[in-house]
Design a protein around this ligand. Structure first.
Ligand SMILES: [Zn+2]
Length: 306
């Protein structure tokens, strides 16, 4: 499996790194009738009501029609057309008005990503992560003054101290640890909805830490297991809000589980046969995350010895 196979990856847009440095070009293209505008409403994205769900792309008139005051964020170019995103919630426009005008619906990004094409799901990821980052970077983290958007959204500049702020991505390692025909899965406190749901262990990579060091530390912290032979598998952008999941496999050097009581509800070794049943949704004991999540693919590739 390569990176672009994961949901939220494989973005078809050319992010226009050269073009976006030209503020005059950005202003002109944002008003061009050929440019396309994607609408968000907080954490929801507009989908067309067509039989096959797809993103609703409007045109620059939406800015005047609904008196939208926020600066559109430039996502990139495709077929020479500029693609932008705007958050209509910021302009207090009732969703009802937008839905009736465009015959659209607003849906939360995760279910929406499962309805649209893979390419469009990756645009949702980019757009949502950008919107969240801008919302959280209105003020300079150094001096507290206001910041302004530059380069179509790829930078914010402090209006006072000129500090440059760039969109951030939080690296998260996720690892499937195995020992012969058994693999290690855990249940963290966030997954109470389904008590049979177990997943690969995961955690944020700390500052001054390599991927391998983060894997070894997190597995030791969460499960009390020591690991080696850490191998990279693939990565997945995760737009809730702006993480990068870095998927690995590792071999266990020890087998006695000592779970972190604060973080984990349970950690267990599961036999390959149980995993194969869970992959077919036919296990009575175990549920694993679906194919939207990289965890599914880490588990599957181990279980099928791929
Ligand atoms: Zn500042």
């Amino acid at each position: 499996m390569n990176n672009s196979s994961h949901v939220f990856s494989g973005n078809p847009l050319d992010r226009g790194h050269r073009e976006r440095r030209d503020e005059k070009w950005l202003l002109e293209i944002a008003g061009s009738p050929s440019s396309k505008f994607l609408l968000f409403y907080g954490s929801q994205v507009a989908l067309s009501q067509d039989q096959k769900k797809s993103l609703l792309w409007t045109n620059p008139e939406v800015m005047d029609d609904f008196n939208i005051q926020t600066t559109p964020i430039f996502l990139g170019l495709m077929n020479k057309q500029a693609h932008f995103v705007i958050d209509a919630e910021k302009s207090n426009i009732p969703t009802k008005l937008l839905c009736s005008k465009f015959n659209s619906t607003f849906e939360e990004i995760r279910p929406a990503a499962e309805k649209v094409s893979k390419e469009e799901a990756s645009i949702i990821a980019q757009a949502h992560s950008q919107l969240i980052w801008h919302q959280n970077t209105i003020y300079c983290s150094s001096c507290g003054s206001s910041t302004s958007m530059r380069q179509g959204g790829q930078m914010r500049l402090c209006d006072n101290c000129n500090m440059e702020h760039f969109p951030r991505t939080n690296p998260v390692m996720i690892v499937l640890v195995s020992n012969g025909d058994y693999c290690l899965l855990g249940q963290s406190h966030g997954r109470l909805a389904n008590m049979n749901m177990y997943s690969a262990l995961a955690g944020f990579i700390d500052q001054g830490e390599s991927i391998e060091e983060a894997v070894a530390r997190e597995v030791l912290e969460e499960a009390g297991i020591r690991v080696s032979e850490i191998k990279y598998h693939s990565s997945q952008p995760w737009p809730l809000p702006h993480s990068l999941m870095i998927g690995c496999h590792a071999l266990a050097d020890t087998t006695d589980i000592h779970k972190d009581e604060e973080e984990m509800i349970d950690v267990q070794w599961f036999h390959r046969n149980e995993i194969l049943l869970a992959l077919n949704n036919s296990s009575k004991l175990l549920s694993i995350p679906g194919p939207t999540a990289i965890a599914h693919h880490l588990i599957k590739s181990w279980a099928l010895r791929q």
